[in-house]
Design a binder for this molecule. Structure first.
Ligand SMILES: NC(=O)c1ccc[n+]([C@@H]2O[C@H](COP(=O)([O-])OP(=O)(O)OC[C@H]3O[C@@H](n4cnc5c(N)ncnc54)[C@H](OP(=O)(O)O)[C@@H]3O)[C@@H](O)[C@H]2O)c1
Length: 266
């Protein structure tokens, strides 16, 4: 844990060492927010903290830990206290998926997706909600366009985890309506980051033809939507259209298409 300032109200960003989370950190810093960055890779967090300090003269706090450890929330809380900082904005971005059928992948690695995408996101939300409420703050949960699909054969646990993130965010947003706290679900589509390698996607010619958004485009849309208090933020016209059309499409047809697409990814 680095940083020594007192009385700080920070935007806590998980998964800030790369991809969408690192660009969210850049966008928040550019807009004057004080930050606490969390991920496992301290070297990458330190490099990002250097970059942000050079650009803004304000050094983010950082903490390297594995969020799938149930004690991670305690460690973050202790680190914040140690630095006299409190959470005003929570950005639950860390997440990953695994390509493969449930019957083929290992038990521990599949439960790891739920530990990070669902349990850690929920725990951090519960833990820091009092501070966020007191500050009239905001919560940004990174879901996915996958949240809108009826299921994701070939990546079933990931799709289900992101359906949870959207459902949880919408329910919580309504609960917090009277408190002046907004909750937004950011739902990116295909975005080239470390996500594809961690999911173990193979080369996929058809997927390359799907219009992709950059991680910076996603981060900028996420920040703008969060500040505007929008509950669902879907970056990119292609993804917006998809989310709009999906509820009208027969579920069996969508499940069959996803199954084919996921098998082509391997
Ligand atoms: N890329 C896409 O196409 C896409 C589409 C829709 C939604 N999303 C969502 O966007 C979010 C960000 O993903 P990304 O695309 O930016 O992927 P990424 O480049 O792989 O970044 C994931 C981030 O999460 C961190 N992380 C992973 N496991 C962690 C753990 N156990 N504890 C703490 N931090 C952990 C990683 O850092 P360390 O490895 O240093 O821990 C990294 O900073 C995810 O929730 C993902 O599901 C991505």
């Amino acid at each position: 844990m680095q940083g020594t300032d007192d009385g700080r109200r920070v935007a806590l960003i998980t998964g800030a060492s790369g991809g969408i989370g690192a660009d969210l950190a850049r966008v928040f810093a550019r807009n004057g927010h004080d930050l606490m960055l969390v991920a496992r890779s301290d070297d990458k967090l330190a490099a990002l903290a250097d970059e942000i300090e050079r650009a803004t003269s304000r050094r983010p706090l950082r903490l390297a830990l594995d969020l799938s450890d149930p004690k991670a929330a305690d460690a973050i809380e202790a680190a914040l206290q140690q630095n006299g900082a409190r959470v005003k904005i929570l950005v639950n971005n860390a997440g990953y998926g695994l390509s493969g059928d449930v019957g083929e992948l290992g038990e521990a690695e599949q439960l790891g997706v739920i530990d990070l995408n669902v349990r850690a996101l929920t725990q951090l939300t519960i833990r820091f909600l009092p501070d966020i409420r007191a500050a009239g703050g905001k919560i940004l949960n990174v879901a996915s366009v996958a949240s809108y699909f009826p299921g994701g054969p070939g990546m079933a646990i990931y799709y289900a985890s992101k359906a949870y993130v959207l459902s949880f965010s919408l329910g919580l947003a309504q609960e917090l309506l009277q408190d002046g706290v907004t909750v937004s679900a950011l739902c990116p589509g295909m975005t080239p980051t470390g996500f594809q390698a961690r999911a173990k996607f193979g080369p996929d010619i058809k997927l390359d033809k799907i219009p992709a958004t950059s991680s910076m485009e996603v981060a900028e849309a996420g920040y703008k939507g969060l500040m505007a208090g929008r509950r669902e933020i879907i970056p990119g016209g292609f993804n917006k259209l998809g989310a709009w059309v999906l509820p009208f499409a027969p579920k069996h047809m969508i499940l069959s298409l996803i199954s084919q697409m996921q098998h082509q990814r391997r």
